[in-house]
Design a binder for this molecule. Structure first.
Ligand SMILES: *[C@@H]1O[C@H](CO)[C@@H](O)[C@H](O)[C@H]1NC(C)=O
Ligand SMILES: CC(=O)N[C@H]1CO[C@H](CO)[C@@H](O)[C@@H]1O
Length: 477
């Protein structure tokens, strides 16, 4: 009897400890009339953040940007672009969505969206093309559609992430993934597969269209599917988050459950773009997340490894000829977006969630601490704890069915973070409520103080009771 009961009591104690330091979304601080409820268990919010569900009913929302009138423009996968206004903004996370109208109806659009610094040119992408429109925020119209870049069609990965540089506003970065899980074409630079390329929009002659594979400047290749791309606000350093491969075997052993790691790659700054762009490894080399693989040798977390030691590409070549990630994340968590805070002290990353794993992983929003002055991640390259939970599903074993799936991010002028969940058609807003977040080591005592009124004391009480109960059972063990 006792051994069978034991794990559940430990589990209960653990749950209480988690409750002690976290709260659930939409349990407001102060009064707010916005009270949307998710159709799945309420997400769990880190204690140094508030979070609220503010919009539902969108069609697979992915990327999003703010226009000059503080409306959100949201690209909906294979639907178009919606214009979302707020009927009230009572500060913090208390925003009420007023009207949502269709701005662009286009079933080819997938994910990428950008707006020029003057707010008058809108950009979005299909799997093949990047388009622009003249955008009028007052009349809510997008007109005069043009094709700027073409020839990006892939059968498999269809997002073409767009990033307009803030440091060089005429430069548009476009990230394109692979056409299949292991795409041999990616090994030829001229294919334009699995690359991030930069295009000078000011240099595009009227009526002309850039050819993706052969024009623009490559920031790197061998990037399987780098869906999130961001520019550090202080240094201008370009980072991307890469979705790495599925179903991998090493020396014929199945290693896919815990490997390879997803990657955070660094691409330098736009004014230091090297004439020979670095190769980040795919489809030959992959980043290690779990070191328990056949013949690990001296490989550590984040080292790049080959699939076979008889290959022309082996571990030694992966180390010498390819650029390793700057950070590695849990296998198959599927990072889709990365956005920096204005100060550059943290980056938020949406992990859409796994399919190629027995136990679901990801399905959460995380933060990664950065050194604001030099724009580098605070954690070492072999860290397994660089990504810190901000908003998580209450029970990941129920994902993807009863879960939100984070996709796009945007930070507003007040530092509030807006996040789409494509599978549930939702937008969440989050706000950091205490400085020093975005890294590790926040004490749980101060976190408890951020629970909604009343809840904190219940959680503290529960923890005390269960710690005592747990202690008794630990002692018995
Ligand atoms: C972009 O093109 C314009 C027009 O040709 C040129 O003046 C500008 O220097 C270019 N910008 C960069 C960063 O190359
Ligand atoms: C190399 C290549 O495939 N080029 C194509 C780019 O797209 C245009 C417009 O669809 C085609 O005409 C080119 O053949």
């Amino acid at each position: 009897m006792l051994p069978a009961m034991f794990p559940s009591i430990l589990q209960a104690a653990f749950v209480a400890l988690v409750l002690h330091s976290q709260s659930t979304a939409s349990q407001g601080i102060g009064s707010c009339s916005v009270d949307l409820k998710a159709s799945y268990p309420a997400p769990v919010v880190a204690a140094d953040y508030n979070a609220r569900l503010i919009s539902t009913g969108l069609q697979r929302p992915r990327g999003l940007v703010f226009d000059k009138n503080s409306a959100l423009l949201v690209v909906e996968f294979r639907t178009g672009i919606s214009h979302v206004t707020f009927s009230s903004d009572d500060g913090a996370t208390c925003l009420a969505v007023g009207k949502t109208v269709t701005l662009v109806r286009d079933s080819s659009l997938t994910h990428g969206i950008e707006l020029s610094p003057d707010g008058k040119t809108l950009y979005a992408s299909s799997s093949d093309k990047v388009f622009s429109w003249d955008y009028d925020a007052a009349t809510i119209t997008a007109s005069n559609q043009k094709t700027l870049i073409q020839n990006m069609t892939n059968s498999d990965h269809v997002t073409r992430t767009l990033l307009l540089s803030k440091k060089q506003p005429e430069i548009l970065l476009v990230s394109r993934g692979s056409g299949e899980n292991i795409d041999d074409l990616a090994a030829q630079q001229s294919s334009g597969i699995s690359q991030i390329r930069a295009f000078n929009l000011s240099a595009l002659e009227a009526g002309k269209v850039y050819d993706y594979p052969s024009q623009g400047v490559s920031l790197g290749w061998g990037l399987r599917n780098s869906v999130g791309v961001a520019e550090h606000p202080v240094t201008g350093g370009i980072y991307s988050v890469e979705n790495s491969a599925d179903q991998l075997r090493r020396q014929s052993t199945d290693i896919h459950e815990e490997n390879p790691g997803e990657e955070l790659n660094f691409h330098g700054t736009l004014n230091t773009t090297p004439s020979t762009p670095p190769n980040y490894g795919y489809p030959h080399c992959f980043a290690l997340w779990d070191t328990s693989i056949p013949s690990p040798g001296s490989l550590t977390v984040g080292s790049q490894f080959a699939l076979s030691d008889t290959d022309t590409v082996n571990d030694a070549l992966c180390a010498s000829d390819f650029t390793p990630p700057r950070l590695t994340f849990e296998a198959h968590t599927a990072p889709l977006d990365i956005k920096f805070t204005a100060a550059g002290d943290a980056a938020y990353i949406t992990f859409h969630g796994s399919w190629n794993r027995d136990s679901p992983a990801g399905y959460k929003l995380s933060s990664v601490a950065f050194n604001p002055a030099d724009g580098t991640p605070a954690a070492a390259a072999d860290s397994r704890t660089a990504a810190v939970d901000v908003l998580t599903n209450a029970d990941t074993t129920r994902c993807p069915g009863s879960c939100f799936r984070p996709a796009g991010l945007v930070v507003d002028g007040q530092g509030r973070l807006f996040m789409t969940s494509d599978s549930t058609g939702e937008i969440y807003v989050l706000q950091r409520v205490r400085e020093g977040a975005g890294g590790e080591g926040a004490g749980s005592e101060s976190r408890a103080g951020r629970l909604p009124r009343g809840g904190g004391w219940v959680a503290v009480g529960l923890t005390v009771v269960l710690s005592v109960v747990g202690g008794v059972f630990f002692a018995a063990a």
